[in-house]
Design a binder for this molecule. Structure first.
Ligand code: HEC
Length: 149
């Protein structure tokens, strides 16, 4: 009996522990079930392929990695973001008035569906509401290099 109540106490303490900002429940910001179908795998892919650099909360890393969250550069063009995911990005760019100049690696192995899931996720959280970005839209975006790349 004693050990049971000890376990209950431990569970209670854990459930009351304050959450860090990295535990923000981004998927709870999405209500459209069609968007969620893409965004749920998209979140896992984002954590694997993007989160180490751009961070789970999308705020980037100081002067080295630009933010995606509240980024004017990111918001300006879904097409360019799709291109950057596939082909990488290098050279100086200005994001929210700050200059960045580090190389982001390409992702030649990500399939159009996976890029669709990642972009649907990141464009429907942090106050954005772009809806589903389909894999056929991704295939179209990948046919032509965007002018602003
Ligand atoms: C190894 C670190 C790294 C990884 C992983 C990475 N990026 Fe980047 N990303 C960068 C850097 C560095 C830049 C800035 C490149 C420059 O200075 O030209 C950048 C730039 C960008 C930009 C344009 C600038 C902005 O912040 O709006 C977008 C959009 C972007 N990345 C999205 C992604 C997405 C989506 C993924 C996952 C598929 C990803 N990145 C993975 C490092 C990374």
């Amino acid at each position: 009996m004693r050990s049971l109540s000890l376990i209950a106490l431990i569970l209670l303490l854990f459930s009351c522990a304050p959450k860090s900002s990295n535990d923000e429940n981004t998927l709870a910001q999405i209500s459209d079930p069609e968007v969620l179908k893409f965004a749920i795998p998209g979140k896992a892919l984002y954590e694997n392929y993007c989160g180490n650099c751009h961070q789970s909360d999308g705020k980037g890393l100081g002067k080295l990695i630009p933010p995606l969250r509240d980024s004017d550069y990111f918001k300006a063009s879904v097409h360019r973001t799709v291109w950057i995911i596939r082909h990488g990005q290098q050279g100086e760019i200005t994001v929210n008035g700050e200059k960045y100049n580090q190389a982001m690696p390409a992702n030649p192995n990500l399939k159009p569906l996976e890029i669709a899931q990642i972009t649907t996720y990141v464009y429907n959280i942090w106050g954005m509401n772009e809806g589903v970005i389909t894999s056929s839209a991704i295939e179209n975006y990948l046919k032509n290099k965007p002018e602003n790349y």
